[in-house]
Write a protein that binds this ligand. Structure first.
Ligand code: IPE
Length: 262
């Protein structure tokens, strides 16, 4: 069991909780309820960040939000991911988790697609008072571009750095970062990354935010400048989320070089 009082961050990938291939937002209801039950088994402080899945990528692509400023498309996409957030929060609360949705559109400002600042005081207080803030991939305001697509994969390392959180978990639809044979790579460090880079998949057809390679690059960058360790594991397999939250090392571990000194 994880006895530490330090908060952890759990990202639920869009493909873990939605049918990512669907044209409109479709929740994987049974998976979401199972995940919510597993999360409720963790007694420590936690932030949940979930992806947008078919509630975001389909609209973002339809309106070209990764390339253009389209106010109508931004609203449609934001409203859609808000719906997903409310389903996630409802599922968590049905198991007594005390979850509260925090929409990045209302608290983050980006520049050229990267978070420039984010209002965190309410999140800090929520953690202090035993709530579980739930953030998600969203459309966000951008100083240069008007709006941008802000992936949960960027929110997770940002929060970790700003809030001093050292344990992150990304629940995806695969057993970790897979090698050429489809087996999870146990550990990726800045040292061995190039060895594996070519076999890590980029974004699929409807994913506008970079797929597995995008996630690995974000987490690797983070580990280079900190002592933050991340795990990418299969959230579709029963008990994996519970095991991660309670301190087990599962899936692919992304960590600083062995010789790293804080
Ligand atoms: C993408 O969020 C946000 C939008 C498309 C609006 P994520 O990048 O976090 O979503 P997933 O995990 O790939 O579904």
């Amino acid at each position: 069991m994880n006895t530490s009082t330090e908060p952890v961050i759990l990202k639920l990938g869009g493909s873990a909780i939605t049918d990512k291939g669907a044209y409109e937002g479709v929740v994987k209801k049974a998976d979401l309820l199972r995940i919510a039950r597993e999360v409720s088994g963790f007694r420590g402080k936690m932030i949940v960040v979930h992806g947008a899945g078919s509630f975001g990528h389909t609209y973002a692509k339809k309106y070209g939000l990764d390339r253009t400023f389209d106010p109508e498309g931004a609203i449609v996409t934001h409203e859609s991911v808000k719906k997903l957030a409310s389903k996630v929060v409802d599922a968590l609360n049905s198991f007594g988790v005390r979850a509260i949705a925090v929409h990045p559109m209302g608290c983050a400002v980006c520049r050229n697609g990267r978070i420039e600042s984010m209002y965190l005081d309410s999140i800090k207080l929520m953690l202090e008072k035993g709530f579980v803030p739930v953030l998600h991939g969203d459309v966000a305001m951008d100083i240069e571009l008007g709006t941008c697509i802000l992936s949960g994969d960027q929110i997770v390392p940002y929060l970790a750095k700003e809030l001093g959180i050292t344990r992150l978990g990304l629940g995806s639809a695969e057993d970790g970062v897979l090698d050429k044979e489809g087996k999870p790579i146990p550990e990726i460090t800045p040292e061995n990354f190039e060895e594996f880079r070519h076999c890590i998949r980029g974004s699929g057809s409807t994913d506008v935010t970079g797929g597995m390679l995008g996630k690995v690059l974000e987490l690797l960058e983070l580990s280079k400048n900190s002592s933050i360790t991340s795990y990418i594991f299969n959230a579709g397999k029963a008990d994996n989320i519970y095991r991660f939250l309670n301190g087990e090392s599962i899936g692919t571990r992304i960590s600083p070089d062995k010789g790293y000194e804080a």
